[in-house]
Each structure stands twice: as C-alpha cells, then as structure tokens.
Design a binder for this molecule. Sequence first.
Ligand code: HT7
Ligand code: ZN
Length: 859
Amino acid sequence: PKTIYLKDYTPAPYLAKQVNLSFNLLPGKTIVTSEVRYVKNPVGVSSDLVLDGEEQTIVSVAKNGVPLSDYTVADGQMTIASPGDEFTLTIVSEINPEANTALEGLYQSQGTYCTQCEAEGFRRITYYQDRPDVLSVFTVRIEADAKAYPVMLSNGNLQEEGGLPDGRHYRVWHDPFPKPCYLFALVAGDLVRVADTFTTMTGRNVDLHIYVRAGDEGQCSHAMESLKKSMKWDEEVYGREYQLDLFNIVAVSDFNMGAMENTSLNVFNTALVLAHQETATDSDFMSVEGVIGHEYFHNWTGNRVTCRDWFQLSLKEGFTVFRDQEFSADLNSRAVQRIDDVNGLRRLQFPEDGSPLAHSVQPDQFIEISNFYTKTIYDKGAELIRMQHTLLGPQTFRKATDLYFDRFDGQAVTCDDFVQCMAEASGRDMTQFFRWYKQAGTPTLVASSHYDAAQQRYTLSFKQSQPETPGQTDKQPLHIPIAVGLLAADGREIVPTQVLEMTAREQSFTFDGIAAKPVPSILRGFSAPVKLETDLSDDDLRLLQVHDTDGFNKWEAGQTLALRTIQRVMADPQADISQFIADVGTLIAQGLSGQGDKALLARALSLPMIGVIGQYQPVIDPAAIDAARSSILTQIKRAHKDALAALYEANANPGEFTITPQAMGRRTLQAAVLEILTTTNGTGCAARAKAHYDAADNMTDRVTALSCLSDSTQPQRAEVFADFYTRFEKYPLVVDKWFSLQAIANREQIFDDLASLRAHPDFNIKNPNRVRSLYSAFAINNPVKFHDPSGKGYAFLRDAIIELNSINPQIAARLVTPLREWKRYTPALQAQMKAALQAVLDTPNLSGDVFEVVSKSLN
Ligand code: HT7
Ligand code: ZN
C-alpha cells in the first residue's frame, strides 16, 4: 500500500464544469453513465487527466462523443494523456451493488440502494477525480423498477420524473451548488416518508422529509424535532441559513459509521434516526439529537466550505463536532454535556494519542484515509476549535466564523485558512496556536502554587510538556488557554473565571490583593485537552467538590478524589478510605434533600470507568483496577445501604414518560444508585434489578436493569434477558442492545456466552451495527474479560478481524482499535495482544485498511 503525503499536494489537473450521471438500476448489475465536461485547471501542474476507479467494468469511453481507446488503466486509475483544454468525457461502466459488502460506493441495505462516497467511495461508482477539491454541479438521472423502487432520490431539487416501458420509471435530480463527489448521494427503495417544514430566517419554506422502512415511521418525531432545532440554532448562533427548498434524511440498517452529510440528502444509520421510549434509551435520544445536528451543521462546515484534501479532515469534522457539542449544551445541561464529552475524550482519544497510531489533528501522511476518521480528528479537533473560541471570546469568534464563511463559501480550503480567519478577526497572532494542529500526543500540564501572605500575592506556576509520538520527537511549547478561578477557604469565589494564556514551557501568573491562601479551580470547563497534575490536597478537592461555581470542575474534583482513592486501594487493599466513603454519604444526603441537578449527582456518584483509570496508571492491569473499583463500590454500598435505597425510591418512575433534561436526570440518578446497590451481584441484587425491569415502561429503565444483571449468575438474569429478547426480537436496534448487554458481562462463562452469541441466528457479520454490538461492546466495554490472562478475549477479536478483512475492510480495521495500545499493558498481556496483532498481519490478502492499522500498531 502507498503512503500519501500532505507535502505532495498539487491542484487537480482538470476542473469538472458539469457532471451528468445516469444510473440504470437492474437486477444483478447497475449501469452507470458519467458524462463530465472537463476544463484544464490553469493552476494544475500536469496535463494528463488521471481518474480514480475501482470495482467496476468499463463498457465504453468516449471523448466529445467519439469512442476513445487511447487511455491506460492501472492500479485503480485511468490515465488519459493530454486530452486537451476543454472536452466532454463519457464513461459507461457496470457495477454490482448487491455484491458490495464493503458498504462503500453504491450498495444495497435490505433491498434499498444507497451510497456512501466519503471519503473515497465515489471511485467505486465511476471513474472520476475522486478528491475533495474538485467541485462540480451534478445532474443525476435514476431509472429503476417502479414497484420495487418507488422512492428515488439524489442531491438537490427534483427536475423531472416519468414512467417508462416495462414497469420502469425515472427521476432527474439537479444540485445547483458545486460540490465534491464525496457529497454525492443516491437512494432508491420502497420507503415511507415522514414530512414537515421549516421556515428559515428569511422566510423561505424548506420541506423536511425523513425516509424509513414501513413500520418505522412512528419512531421519527424526535429526529424531525431535532432537525428543526438544528436549523434554528445554526441561524441564531452562526447566522447560517439553509439554501435549498428540500432537506432529505434516509435511514438505512447497514452503515459503516453513524451518518453522512451528503448535500440535502443525508444518509443515516437507523440507530441515529429512530427513537421511541419503548425502544430507545435516553442516551439514544441524546445521540439522535446530536448526530442530526452534526450532519445538518455540516451543510456549512463541510459542504458549503469543504476540505482541500483529506489531511484537512478536521477542518470540517473538528469544527462540526464543536458545533454539535455546543448545540446539545444549549438545549440540555451545559455542565453535563461537557462532563460527558471530556469523559469520552479521556477514555477514547487520550489512549489513541498515547498509542503507536498517535497522529496530529492535521496529519502529514496516511495510507488509507478511512482509518483517519479518528477520535483525534473529531474530538481533539473539536477541542482545538473550543480553545480558539475561549481565546477569542464568543463575539470575536463569531466575527471570525463570519469571515471564514464569507471568504470561502463554495471553496475547498485548509485548517490553516480557518485559523487565519481567527487571527484576522481578532488581530491575534495564531502562529503558535497552530502547533496544536501539527503536534500529536496529549500534553501534560503541571500546576503548583505559592502564597505570599506579606504581599497578599498568590502565584500559580505551570510547566507544560509534550510526549514523544511516532515520527515527532522535537516538540515546541503550545499556546494553552487555562481558565482559572479562586475560592476562599469558606468556599466563596474570590476571583471569577479568567483565562490565563500560557505560551512558554514554564510560566507563572500572579493574583494581587488576595487576603488569605485561596484554593484554585484550574482548567475550568476543561479549557485545554491536557493531562493536568496539581498539588491540591484532598481537602482542597473536597472544597471544590462542594463549592466550585464551575460545574465541570466541581465534578472533576470528585473524580480526582475517587482516582486517588482507587490508587490507594490498588496499592493497599486494606487502605483506610473512610473519608472518601463518608464524602459519598454527603452526596447521597444531598440527593435525598432534593438539592442540585440529578444528572450531575448521578455523575458525581459514578466512579471513573476502568478505561479512564487506566490512563493514570504507568502499566495498565484491568483486573487489578477492577478489583479496587469493586471493593470501593462494595464499601459504599455497605456504608450507605439504607440511604441509597431511600434515594432510589425517591427517584422512582413517576409513571409518565418525558425526555426533558429533568426526567433524564431522574432516570440516570436512579440508575447510578441501582448500580451501587446491585454491585455485589447477590440474590438481593438480582431481585432488585428484576423489580426495576418489571416496573419499567421505557427502554432506559430496561437497559439499566439488564446492565445491573449482566454480571450476575442468579436465575433472574436468564429470565430477564429471555423476556427482553422475546419482547423486542423484531426490533434490530434493540436486539443490538441485547447482544451488547451480554457481551459486557464480567463473569466466568463469558467466553461460552460469546460463542453462543456469535452462533446466534440473529448474528450477521455483514451488518456493522450487529458486529459492533458484539465485538466492540466486548472489546471496549468489557475490559476485564477482554484482557483475560488466557488471551481468549484477544483471540475472539482477532478471528473477527480476519473474517471481516475480506467482507468489510473499514469495519475490520476499526475493530483493531482496542489492540493498538498493547504497549501500555502488563508484560503478560502485552505479549498476547502483540501475538493477536501479528496473527492478523500474517493473514494473506490483507486489505490496505487493516494492514495500515495493524502494521503501525506493531511499530
Ligand atoms: N462525514 C461522515 C464520514 C463518514 C464516513 C467515513 C468513512 C467511512 C464511512 C463513513 N460514513 C460517514 C460522517 C460525519 O462525520 O458526519
Ligand atoms: Zn462529521
């Protein structure tokens, strides 16, 4: 496989003025006719036209209507030497969507034709310059059997439709906005439509259509409401209006990722559209809202202004994640949103940044771009935008984004262009800030403090350091925004949040007029994606946990105390942790008094997950972490059993389902309490969890009960899992949950359970959601059994990667993720993880996708 370098970028040799595509959808084959008007690019460096194309049979090629044979095809590219300054090229080719299990290009999902062209799927449809900087106006004609495929959609507006002989029909779609081919989409199937409208800020009416399979139309209202909220939010917060008269969303069951932002024809994984209280959890409802927002926001950040090349992927993804996070924060609880986002970053992006696959937000090289849809590009990328927002402040940031949209609408640009707009709008020099885009690895920030009573002066000192990452040894200091507030010993805030700008490796900041030694609240709102080390005492943290005005840092103080406690118990299982246990009692009492936000209390009562704790260990031993964590949970339960039971009852289901933040907060608090109450997995625990299941009138409560029973060996476990399956076997997304909730079980029989699940008639290796529900759930959310000393967990994953390599290389490559960080584990586990990776690498006919991640992991 070939490595592609950012430094080798050159503009496309030809511009595509107009693209006419015609699809004849036939049983067993699809005939694609592509007619493109090419014009030589004045800034192009070559005169040869080089078109990308894969997995298709060329039927004919013609230039200006005259058959052409003077071209070569090799290594997935067609080259036509010096074809002239302006000409029309017509290529007819044949593809086979029914046989396409990679789910890239044109494929079928349960009989519905659909496309996935980002990043390089368009080349599986026709020969074209498959790169994001070639923008063109597309007209698309689709022809198919009218009965089997009554719905036929593409981007833009419907221009023409009609009947044809032999029961066939056609539709012509035209998208007036030039776009790169990765935003092209086509859907044809027998789907039902849910319709609504939105009136834009200038009074235009936009038709909103969601297409789903018959029977699913009752599960679309949350997605539709989320779409309307997204459209309004983008107008209010960014001044961005939708430009076309129609916005379509289509939900399909077989999809490699969550969703795709194709212009005016978003294609979604059903998991991120369908939501009903009976079948979707609160967390599903939140994900639907967030991803509907995310794809809609791409209309401006990705589509109207797109990427020059795939090294700029974070230009659209980082910015759009930041936008969807802020959208969700505005609609729900800002502190809860931030806690969940940071938890995700620490659990999934920090490990990536510390692994052999660490890469910068604007990478310099890749082999397979689909492997670069990573937590770093998305979530660290969003943190980079957030820091710019923090540094500039909301008004100047808005000025800068206005400038960005005005200047680059209709263009394909770079991350440098974005940051330049930040610099121009603010008058700041952002050169040093740009290092965040180029340097991989999570920086460490060490904070210390000094109080000078005589001078009434308080000094905060910081040291920053960047770890070495593959190919990057010489790291320069970063420009780090550190949001800080100061509290007095009685908990009063004496200095409200201010942003300190750190630019040197070591830097101090002074606060004058401070009458007594304060307690600092550092990195409020997690103002930079760093690992923070402070010299705060346990008492300082306890003060912050109670009094900090910053919701994120209030929670963070409690988590730091929990981490310290876990570390103490890991070092000495008999360690005295009575103070920590007593503090948890205070939190429970607070909950019983009805004070405070329930969602925040639920998070405060939850110990950090094993994956997060591992990030703070020099060598990760999941079983040892789990033992300490379980011992603490058991002590909490024993000490506060009655209070916890009372808190559980006080938050019982009131019998009326809503998805307001308050109702979700109540459910999540009850779930956190039930998790502690059932932690010992005895008979009483199982009875409690079953009672929770029996009282449930919604999926959130059912999943809570199942997850509390998952590790159990009591008879109620089998009863409840069987009932759940029988009730919901017709709902694939719920069956996914049934698979996952068993795959995460930390119990002896797990490897037998996994084998039965793999052999279950509902398991389908070709469906990515089902694969994720078994394999990713196990490998990511069952750290103890995945890292079982027998190596059986690694072998289970290894076999799936090898099987999927030839079926769906993108999904196979993603499954490698939990093995990448092998060097962080104990020597015994390392050896087994490495052996599993090596076995994959030794597999014949390894796809480029899998080869890249496995070979880099082993480096
Ligand atoms: N922009 C979309 C990316 C995407 C994708 C990438 C590779 C393979 C399959 C894919 N499906 C969608 C998703 C997004 O970030 O909005
Ligand atoms: Zn995106």
